[in-house]
Design a protein around this ligand. Structure first.
Ligand code: IPE
Ligand code: IPE
Ligand code: MG
Length: 248
């Protein structure tokens, strides 16, 4: 069904639509610099590209989309850039909610949202509540997110419960551990896309990406559109995923 809605896939005859796609949305700063614009305008154009990607993912029949919008390490950026990004995220959360509801998108934020302060936290909570009944696309936005911080936090919580006698240490296995992550109950990403030409994971979904396919696209994030996503999905559909088993 999803594949049929995607012309690129229909043309190629391929049908493997990834269930969960993660995107490392990179290159806003370079996009702005190439135009002699302030970085803030690159981030604004990046937010527009995120909106296009959300629509395209829903159209393509992708069930889960996780967008990496701000990493734990992005706090190292100058305070004015962090401030620009915080205001931009609040603006988009508030203005996009109605559209997300209309399109059947359920929004969740993973990461340490509290670090952005109460106003953004309130905007996130409102958007999550308003979109809670969406079933067409599950959208995760990773904010102040880092895979290592997430894993450490899960380990801390498990240790606390074991110390309190609420949990048996021997019962801790991969499945249970995954239930303590921000992505508890969600499928692992099948496809991880990174734009801008960089080929690294930058602390995104470290645990969850164990068997993800990676596609690196040489396009700056603000220029990203439905055709780029269709290309990445087509590339994904050509991959032979073995999960450690012997090749067929
Ligand atoms: C991605 O664009 C957005 C964030 C990390 C917040 P960048 O701001 O990293 O853009 P480049 O990599 O400097 O071009
Ligand atoms: C990764 O991009 C984080 C996001 C896209 C939100 P960065 O631009 O922060 O990554 P590095 O620093 O180049 O690895
Ligand atoms: Mg970058």
């Amino acid at each position: 069904m999803g594949a049929a809605a995607n012309p690129a896939l229909a043309a190629g005859g391929a049908t493997a639509v990834p269930r969960h796609v993660g995107i490392i949305m990179d290159g806003n700063g370079r996009w702005a610099a190439a135009r002699g614009l302030p970085r803030a305008l690159g981030h604004k154009a990046g937010a527009e590209a995120a909106r296009r990607a959300i629509e395209a993912a829903a159209e393509a029949g992708i069930g889960w989309l996780t967008l990496f919008a701000f990493s734990s390490e992005n706090w190292r950026r100058p305070p004015d850039e962090v401030q620009d990004l915080t205001l931009l995220m609040r603006h988009y959360l508030n203005t996009e909610v109605a559209r997300l509801v209309r399109e059947g998108v359920r929004l969740r934020v993973i990461g340490e949202r509290e670090r952005f302060g109460p106003e953004l936290v309130r905007a996130i909570e409102r958007a999550e509540a308003a979109t809670a009944s969406g079933t067409r696309l599950n959208l995760n936005v990773a904010l102040s997110y880092g895979g290592r911080a997430e894993i450490a936090s899960a380990a801390r919580e498990i240790a606390r419960r074991v110390a309190a006698g609420e949990l048996d240490a021997d019962a801790v296995d991969e499945r249970m551990f995954g239930g303590f992550l921000g992505t508890a109950g969600m499928p692992d990403p099948d496809l991880i896309i990174r734009t801008s030409g960089e080929q690294r994971i930058s602390n995104f979904l470290l645990w969850q990406a164990a068997y993800a396919e990676f596609v690196f696209q040489d396009v700056l994030w603000p220029d990203y559109g439905a055709a780029h996503l269709a290309d990445a999905v087509t590339e994904f559909s050509r991959r032979d995923r073995r999960f450690g088993a012997r090749a067929a």
